[in-house]
Write a protein that binds this ligand. Structure first.
Ligand code: PEP
Ligand code: MN
Length: 351
């Protein structure tokens, strides 16, 4: 769902803090090419009570005023806003103020009861809804929320990858676990998937590398937090970009994307052919290996041996890891692959 091979860009502050802040950031962002929506948190989910929990309804009034002003995006379309909703009351208020693009936050996606209530509130409205991944790395829960919204007839749906809350996220605020959004893509081929590098990184320095990674993985767009003065932000100050830094980032992204050839490089064809041949050969060899496992199972049964032989398995692993090292293959990768093969071999022998 990219437009002219350019990513859909959504940008704006983590939280709407004042009329002036919203006006200032909107004026700066609407001139940036390919920005299609301004984000702004109206109700903020805070881990602990007592902090700034969002402006609430007045923020919707300020968004409405700007939507009705003569401010336009670079493609000359009227300025539009989006915000997070977590309850049917939020939905009702947003729609009353003409905010027709909403997102469901990570904490809400985690709870099917809440998603169901939101879906009912959105039934028949034609609202555009983006669904952030749940906090835990569970693609089915993410998919379930998208299905609940689809079932009430919403046709303008998208997903947002904002990383997963885990004990060890390395240098990230939320672990990217890129294979999960790619899994979602396989389940829902037509669904646009945006990346939220701000909440994955938790740090403005990480927004650029994460955005570039998302483009390499063919995400359809980015939702990025931008604040006129990140150091004074009431929420998520460390991860928000200044409008100037956001503009520099989008220039880099546009350059990168315009360099990408639209048709495939012909040098790829013979290389891909070889990869196809090797994959076919690997599968034939795996089938042969499983056939040998069946024969081994017969022998073990006759001689009353158990299927799982720890010493043999340790010796196999040591031998293969030695060879892997000589072949410059990553040890963790080879270990994981052999474990999968061995699991299947044990399963076959148990049958
Ligand atoms: C946000 O976008 O400001 C937000 C709270 O995000 P998430 O639901 O991803 O934590
Ligand atoms: Mn935020």
């Amino acid at each position: 769902m990219k437009q002219n091979n350019k990513p859909i860009l959504i940008a704006g502050p983590c939280s709407v803090e004042s009329r002036e802040q919203l006006q200032q950031v909107t004026r700066e962002l609407c001139t940036v090419p390919h920005v299609r929506l301004i984000r702004g948190g109206v109700w903020k989910p805070r881990t602990r009570p007592g902090g700034f929990e969002g402006i609430g309804e007045p923020a919707l009034q300020w968004m409405k005023e700007l939507q009705e002003s003569d401010l336009r995006f670079a493609d000359n379309s009227p300025v539009r806003f989006c915000c997070e909703v977590a309850s049917p009351e939020h939905v009702e208020l947003c729609l009353r103020y003409g905010i027709n693009s909403l997102w469901i936050g990570a904490r809400t996606t985690t709870n099917p009861f809440m998603v169901e209530e939101l879906a009912e509130a959105l039934r028949g409205t034609g609202t555009h809804v983006m669904v952030k991944n749940p906090l835990s790395p569970d693609v089915r829960l993410w998919l379930g929320a998208i299905e609940r919204l689809s079932q009430v007839g919403l046709r303008h749906l998208a997903a947002i990858h904002r990383g997963f809350s885990m004990y060890n996220t390395q240098s990230y605020r939320n672990a990217p676990l890129w294979e999960l959004p790619l899994q979602l893509r396989r389940s829902c081929p037509g669904l646009p998937i945006l990346c939220d590098p701000s909440h994955i990184g938790g740090n403005s320095q990480l927004v650029e590398p994460l955005s570039l990674a998302a483009m390499q993985l063919e995400f359809d767009g980015l939702i990025i937090e931008v604040h006129p003065h990140p150091a004074n932000a009431l929420t998520d100050g460390a991860q928000q970009l200044t409008p100037a830094d956001f503009k520099t980032l989008t220039d880099k992204l546009n350059t990168l994307l315009s360099q990408q050839p639209t048709s495939s490089d012909t040098r790829l064809t013979p290389l891909r052919q070889q990869i196809d041949d090797i994959d076919h050969e690997l599968l034939r060899l795996l089938a042969q290996r499983m056939e040998l496992s069946c024969q081994i199972a017969d022998v073990k049964r006759e001689s009353q041996m158990t299927v799982y032989q720890a010493d043999r398995w340790n010796a196999v692993m040591d031998d293969r890891l030695q060879l892997a090292s000589q072949l410059n293959l990553d040890a963790d990768f080879v270990k994981e692959m052999l474990e999968i093969i061995h699991r299947e071999s044990v399963r076959v022998q148990m049958n």
